[in-house]
Design a protein around this ligand. Structure first.
Ligand code: SAH
Length: 279
């Protein structure tokens, strides 16, 4: 599933990385409630990065099929922006987990500020070992978190276990698009090492979901709508003198390991959107 040559992320270290990114963002005034790419529906969409980030969550909401009676697990919840949007737009109850303690503190603070603390609860936990009973959730969302987990098969098998029969999983993940180059673009290497990630193999994704006990509903290559467009938008912004601090990548990514603009024009760095359900 994951190319064995790739260095596997260590959850504790991923947690520390996100602690650092979260604290940096709070200190620099670049804090954003979404820690993910945007989704632009069409190439001529003029949506801002912020609007496109919210749109990505809405693309998930369209597929999760949840309502006020549902309980949703947000697997790798960041600082809670997507989970709180699910609460606000569907009335569902959300439990979010992140391996970063600083993110969890921020997420619970945001939930309280939004008056949603009874609907949205965020906990520090490792997705590699979920401690929820079987069938706890009506749906699971995983926005850009699987790439940081050392064993996708293990996580998805756990996701299947905690879903009720008929419950849905919606996820985004990164992969290398065909044709795969003999030498990976250095921007992809920087992404993987700087953000402690691995790329998935899209050819194996259907089998991966099936081996986890899940039934595939849809798998889409959304690279043009997401990663490729975001890198372009950020590269454009870098050229603007008075760009808003919150969108200045050098404020957020303070160590030189990786900048989203490293991936500008790199169309072999792909993003997939998959929906599956527990039969
Ligand atoms: N889904 C959020 C955050 C994406 S960033 C959003 O869209 O805004 C990746 C998230 O995955 C971070 O919150 C990180 O802590 C979480 N994560 C990575 N590995 C994890 C693990 N093993 N267990 C739990 N969370 C993990």
């Amino acid at each position: 599933m994951t190319d064995p040559a790739q260095t596997l992320p260590v959850p504790g270290a991923v947690g520390k990385l996100y602690d650092r990114l979260t604290l940096n963002a709070m200190n620099d005034g670049t804090f954003n409630t979404n820690v993910h790419i945007g989704y632009w529906d069409t190439p001529d969409s003029e949506a801002s990065i912020e609007a496109a980030m919210d749109r990505l969550t809405d693309v998930f909401i369209e597929r999760l099929k949840v309502d006020g009676s549902s309980h949703v697990l947000d697997l790798g919840c960041g600082v809670g922006g997507p989970g709180l949007r699910v609460v606000a737009h569907t009335g569902a109850r959300v439990t979010g987990i992140s391996i970063s303690e600083e993110q969890i503190k921020a997420a619970n603070r945001l939930a309280a500020e939004a008056g949603a603390a009874d609907q949205a609860v965020f906990r520090h936990a490792d997705a590699m070992k979920l401690d929820f009973p079987d069938g706890t959730f009506d749906a699971v969302m995983a926005l850009e978190s699987l790439c940081h987990m050392p064993d996708r098969q293990q996580v998805l098998t756990e996701v299947c276990r905690v879903l009720r029969p008929g419950g849905r999983l919606v996820l985004t993940d990164v992969f290398e698009r065909f044709p795969r180059k003999e030498v990976r673009h250095p921007g992809i290497d920087k992404f993987c090492s700087g953000l402690m990630s691995t790329t998935a193999d899209i050819d194996d994704y259907v089998a991966l979901l099936h081996r986890s006990g899940l039934r595939l509903r849809e798998i889409l290559d959304v690279t043009e709508q997401t990663t490729l467009r975001l890198a372009e938008e950020i590269a454009k912004l870098s050229a603007v003198e008075d760009r808003p601090a919150a969108l200045d990548e050098s404020n957020f990514f303070t160590d030189d390991a990786f900048r989203p603009s490293d991936l500008a024009g790199v169309d072999d760095f792909g993003c997939l959107l998959a929906t599956a359900e527990r039969p």
